[in-house]
Design a protein around this ligand. Structure first.
Ligand SMILES: [Ca+2]
Length: 362
C-alpha cells in the first residue's frame, strides 16, 4: 500500500473584510478550492509513478471532478501543477523543473479562481466599495515517501549470514559462502558515498544469500531503481556473480551480473540473457551498475541496465540495455547475492534501492 500524505497550505484570499454575505461566499469557495487541490494533488502523485504527463493529466481530471462557486474547477497542467521534493524536517517544498520533475516525491497543486484566469469570485456588497470581485486560491501538496533500502555492508569481517544492518530491510542475511571484507568498494570515478566494508563471495563454490525488503517493490508499482558496486573476481567461463532481484514467489527473478566475461541481464539459469553493448567487465575493476524496473501490472515489466552512468544527475547518461520479456508479478520482496565458480572472489557493495535515479546514484 502506497502511503500518500497531503500537506495543506493556508490559501491566499483577497484582503478585504467585506460584509457578511460576500465573506461567506468567499470562504465557501476557498473551502471548495482547497478540496479540489487536495484531490488533484493526491491523484497527481499516484500518476507520477507512470510519468510527469500522467501526473498532470490526473491533476486536471480530479481537480475537474470538484466544483467551486457552482462551476467545475479548472487546473492548468503547466502552471497549477508543480513537481518538487518535500523536506520532512523543515517542511519545505523545493520545485523541480524540466527532466528533473520525474524525480519528484511531492506535487503541489494550486486551484485558482482569479482575475488573471478570468474567473474571480464576484462580490455583491463589495462593489459598493469598488471591489467587484475577489481572487481565491486553494493549495495542497501531496507527498509520497520514496521507497528505499540501503546496504553498505557496515559489518565486522567474517561471515555475512545473520548480519542485519543498513536500512529498509526486514530481516538479516541468510545463506552462506559470502563474507564481509574490510574495504568498501569505491565508485570507478569516485564521489559515491560509501560506508563499512563489502560483501565477497568465497573463492570457491557457489553462493546464494538472501535478504528481504521492508516494502515490496511490487506493491508500490512504477519505477524502481537499484544500484550497486561490483568487482569481478574472475571472468573465466562459468564464473559469475551478481544480484538477483525478486522473490520468485508469484513472479520471475532478474539476474544482473558478470558471467563468462560479460555483463548480463537475464532470468535465472541464463534464460533470455541480454548483454549491454560497448561495456564489458574487467576482473578486479569496480563497476557501478544501475537497474531500472518499470512494473507493468498488465503484463511484462521493463528492465533497464546502465553500466557506469554518471552519478548526481537527473537521469542516467549512458545508453541502456532493455529487457521486456519478464513479468515480475506484483509481490517481489527480496534481493539475492548469487555467484558461482572457483577462484572467483567477486565483491558487491553499496546496494541502493529507491524510486528515483538520484536516490540510487547520489
Ligand atoms: Ca561498503
Amino acid at each position: 500500500m502506497t502511503l500518500v500524505y497531503v500537506i495543506v497550505i493556508l490559501p491566499m484570499l483577497c484582503g478585504f473584510a467585506s460584509l457578511g454575505v460576500d465573506w461567506g461566499r468567499v470562504q465557501m469557495v476557498k473551502t471548495q478550492l482547497q478540496r479540489a487541490s487536495d484531490a488533484a494533488a493526491r491523484a497527481a502523485i499516484t500518476g507520477l509513478v507512470t510519468n510527469v504527463t500522467t501526473a498532470q493529466n490526473m491533476a486536471v481530471l480530479w481537480g475537474g471532478k470538484n466544483s467551486a462557486d457552482g462551476t467545475s474547477v479548472v487546473i492548468d497542467p503547466i502552471n497549477d501543477v508543480e513537481f518538487g521534493t518535500w523536506d520532512t524536517t523543515n517542511r519545505t517544498f523545493t520545485v523541480l523543473s524540466g527532466a528533473a520533475r520525474s524525480n519528484a516525491d511531492a506535487i503541489r497543486v494550486t486551484a485558482r479562481r482569479t482575475t488573471a484566469r478570468g474567473n474571480p469570485v464576484p462580490t455583491v456588497f463589495g462593489q459598493t466599495f469598488g471591489m467587484n470581485n475577489c481572487d481565491v486560491n486553494g493549495v495542497a501538496i501531496a507527498w509520497m515517501p520514496p521507497f528505499a533500502a540501503y546496504e553498505p555492508f557496515s559489518y565486522a569481517t567474517g561471515a555475512l549470514v545473520g548480519q542485519n544492518g543498513g536500512t529498509g530491510w526486514s530481516n538479516a542475511w541468510s545463506g552462506s559462502t559470502t563474507n564481509v571484507v574490510a574495504a568498501s568498494l569505491s565508485h570507478p570515478s569516485g564521489g559515491l558515498p560509501t560506508a563499512g566494508g563489502a560483501a565477497q563471495k568465497q573463492n570457491s563454490g557457489n553462493t546464494n544469500m538472501r535478504r528481504d525488503l521492508t516494502n515490496s517493490f511490487g506493491q508500490t508499482a512504477g519505477p524502481m531503481w537499484i544500484s550497486f558496486l561490483i568487482n569481478p573476481g574472475s571472468l573465466n567461463s562459468s564464473r559469475f556473480m551478481g544480484l538477483m532481484i525478486g522473490s520468485g514467489v508469484g513472479g520471475q527473478q532478474m539476474y544482473i551480473a558478470y558471467s563468462s566475461g560479460l555483463w548480463t541481464m537475464e532470468q535465472p539459469g541464463g534464460v533470455n540473457a541480454i548483454h549491454p553493448a560497448g561495456a564489458t567487465p574487467v576482473a578486479g575493476v569496480t563497476a557501478f551498475l544501475v537497474v531500472r524496473i518499470d512494473l507493468n501490472p498488465a503484463g511484462n515489466d521493463f528492465t533497464y541496465l546502465y553500466v557506469n552512468p554518471t552519478r548526481g544527475i537527473a537521469a542516467p547518461d549512458v545508453s541502456y540495455t532493455l529487457k521486456s520479456d519478464t513479468d515480475f508479478g506484483l509481490n517481489q520482496t527480496a534481493i539475492f547475492i548469487n555467484g558461482g565458480g572457483n577462484t572467483n572472489p567477486g565483491r558487491i557493495d553499496e546496494i541502493r534501492i529507491g524510486s528515483t535515479y538520484q536516490a540510487v546514484a547520489p
